[in-house]
Design a protein around this ligand. Structure first.
Ligand code: CO
Ligand code: CO
Length: 314
């Protein structure tokens, strides 16, 4: 594993991105993310993939600076379609104040798109996922359930209005939430993506050597998700997430299988999960409000006991 005095965050903490110090004032944040289409609209796919890739920089508290396209595309598909994907990514990056300066495309049976992003942060200001403190409150900045909604879409059973709300959520940058947490100063943060709320929180408690408590009733859920769950619409990744956290999550007996699955739902471009000292909670909530962040849900706490484990109650 790479180790260097200027490598401030490497891969050992399972953090969202690496942080490398250039001098006393400047460190770069480096990250890459790409995946297969989640909706049928190529432009929308580009937007969501870019928002998702930029999110790892925001989770560390940084500002995205430049990015490169990472593309897999089938040679037999219309090249205009790829143009729409790239346009979506370019527009979303521009909204983030980030310039896409190049990239690389390979022939691929299934389309894939994402960005490798370089961001900036002052050394020492980076927010790790491995620094949560007992007594911290956990704030989540987007509703969950995008995996279930988009799987329902592939099955043709997600109503358009429901899909649209999920798409709007996934397309939203975590920029405002990140800037708000940096104004306040928080202990820890991660963004909720493929491993789901439980998977990413697991990483946080393991890295921080703490435990956590989560209340299902306090976790914000996208509209339509419960209806789809009733129809057994669950992505494969969500089942895999649930088995990989089986050893580290204590589910209260009263929780249904569907509630447990929802807490593990694989997200695309999910919100930030912020671990903030209780004394700073009000300040964080008002900064999030000022930044226009709609969802700011208190979903649980960090505990000194049950190190590396999460207790989930109704
Ligand atoms: Co991440
Ligand atoms: Co990532």
């Amino acid at each position: 594993m790479a180790s260097h005095p200027d490598l401030l965050v490497g891969i050992e903490t399972g953090d969202d991105a690496a942080v490398y110090r250039l001098d006393d004032k400047t460190a770069i944040i480096v990250t890459v993310d790409f995946f297969t289409p989640i909706t049928d609209d190529p432009y929308e796919f580009g937007v969501i993939a870019a928002a998702n890739s930029l999110s790892d920089v925001y989770a560390m508290g940084g500002k995205p600076l430049v990015a490169l396209n990472v593309v897999g595309f089938p040679a037999e598909l219309a090249v205009e379609m790829l143009g729409d994907v790239l346009k979506g990514g370019y527009d979303k990056a521009l909204e983030a104040g980030c310039l896409i300066v190049g990239g690389h495309t390979v022939d691929d049976a299934e389309p894939k798109y994402g960005l490798s992003v370089v961001g900036l942060i002052e050394p020492g200001k980076e927010v790790s996922n491995a620094n949560a403190k007992p007594g911290d409150v956990l704030v989540l900045t987007k509703p969950i359930g995008t995996g279930i909604v988009t799987t329902g879409c592939k099955q043709g059973i997600t109503p358009d209005a429901i899909l649209k709300q999920a798409v709007d959520t996934m397309a939203e940058l975590n920029k405002g939430a990140s800037e708000a947490m940096m104004k306040v100063g928080v202990n820890s943060c991660t963004d909720i993506t493929g491993f789901g709320l439980m998977g990413h929180l697991s990483g946080m408690v393991r890295g921080s050597k703490t435990g956590a408590r989560i209340r299902v009733g306090d976790v914000p859920v996208l509209p339509g998700v419960w209806d789809l769950l009733e129809k057994d619409t669950v992505p494969g990744g969500t089942f895999r997430n649930m088995s990989s956290v089986a050893e580290s999550v204590d589910w209260d007996d009263g929780l249904s299988e569907k509630q447990r699955l929802l807490m593990c739902d694989a997200q695309t471009s999910g919100g930030l999960l912020i671990s903030v000292p209780k004394a700073k909670l009000d300040q964080l909530l008002s900064e999030l409000d000022a930044a226009g962040v709609q969802t700011k849900a208190l979903v649980g706490e960090i505990t000194a006991e049950n190190v590396g484990r999460i207790n989930v109650s109704a």
